[in-house]
Design a binder for this molecule. Structure first.
Ligand SMILES: [Zn+2]
Length: 355
């Protein structure tokens, strides 16, 4: 039995401390050249795909102004402002990116040891649960289906808050196997995450409807058939809420465009398009879901700091150390200005079904 969800008053929240991810993203500084090489390789595969004709978010023919990042052209949709790479994320592309041994997607996220897993749950995923919690009068009544759960980080964070009903599905078998191990280590039920292969995902969502909230944390932008998959969720009338986090076309994209020797974490690799506030809200509106609460925070200034650090090192500008260190201490102060203007590199939005 699913209980009706009772929402609190909606709100918009801004900012998050960069120190929460400092250690976790340390490898971006240390392994810049290796990560950049992989990203360029993925870009080469991407450029061999068919031309993308329709905007990923609104479905209209793509027309708009361009930005180039690592030899890939992206056009901003004149209609909904969504930023689209000019090539399709075909099945072939997605399969190569996610399953190739040479460029292994899981490696980036599935840290080997339990300590890193727990720290990721506490610093990145628990705050997401807290955000969700602050929106609900009856949080214990929530039954979440976490789609693209990876190694179950969000599910772990929910279990820590005693949301026993939460359940996650993931297309990558490796990530699920690793996640089950981590769930066992925390004494949680390992069956809380399930491997659903790519070709079975559609069918799974048509059959499994026992949830009142779906979450896509950093997931929908990776879906080859984004609209089809999300609309299957929206068609489940029991589902009252959809909680998402998506990457946005923001200052970070300009930094990535202007620092060609620095690893582009945001636009490149498996990210072939980026949302804007307008395009993401438009996309969900079409599926009959409207924004309830929002949380705006990004990593734009951390990306700028990283880009300048990496380049200073490459240019052997040892004299910049003190200024860079001063800059590092101001990252949160700079970033909150962007966040408050809703100009950050990502956003979390809790959508509710339109009555
Ligand atoms: Zn569009």
């Amino acid at each position: 039995m699913l209980n009706k969800i009772k929402l609190k008053k909606k709100f918009v929240k801004f900012g998050k401390k960069i120190s929460d991810i400092k250690k976790i993203k340390q490898e971006f500084f240390e392994n810049n050249d290796k990560l950049l090489k992989t990203q360029i390789e993925k870009g080469r595969i991407y450029c061999k795909q068919l031309r993308r004709k329709k905007c990923k978010a609104c479905g209209k023919k793509i027309n708009g102004k361009k930005i180039n990042i690592r030899n890939i052209t992206y056009l901003q949709c004149n209609y909904c402002t969504h930023l689209n790479g000019i090539y399709e994320d075909t099945f072939k592309f997605v399969n190569t990116i996610y399953s190739s041994k040479k460029i292994n997607y899981s490696q980036k996220y599935a840290e080997k040891d339990r300590k890193n897993y727990i720290s990721r749950v506490n610093n990145i995923y628990k705050p997401k649960v807290d955000f969700l919690k602050s929106n609900l009068k009856n949080f214990k009544s929530i039954k979440i289906l976490d789609i693209g759960t990876g190694s179950g980080y969000f599910v772990s964070a929910l279990k820590k808050e005693n949301i026993k009903n939460s359940f996650g599905i993931e297309v990558s078998k490796d990530q699920v196997l690793y996640g089950k191990k981590m769930l066992r280590a925390q004494k949680f039920d390992e069956n809380s995450i399930l491997h659903v292969p790519f070709n079975k995902l559609e069918n799974f969502l048509k059959v499994y409807k026992n949830y009142n909230c779906a979450s896509f944390i950093g997931v929908i932008e990776h879906l080859q058939e984004m609209e089809k998959i999300v609309s299957l969720v929206s068609k489940n009338k029991k589902c009252e809420l959809i909680f998402i986090s998506v990457p946005l076309y923001s200052f970070t994209s300009l930094i990535e465009s202007n620092f060609p020797q620095v690893f582009n974490r945001h636009l490149g690799g498996s990210h072939t398009h980026l949302f804007t506030e307008k395009s993401v809200k438009h996309f969900f509106e079409k599926l009959n879901f409207i924004p309830h609460s929002e949380w705006w925070f990004g990593q734009d200034y951390n990306d700028l700091f990283r880009s300048m650090s990496v380049m200073s090192k490459k240019l052997n500008n040892t004299g910049t150390t003190i200024i860079l260190e001063q800059f590092r201490n101001l990252i949160d102060d700079f970033q909150i200005v962007l966040d408050r203007k809703k100009m950050s590199s990502e956003v979390h939005i809790l959508f509710k079904r339109k009555k």
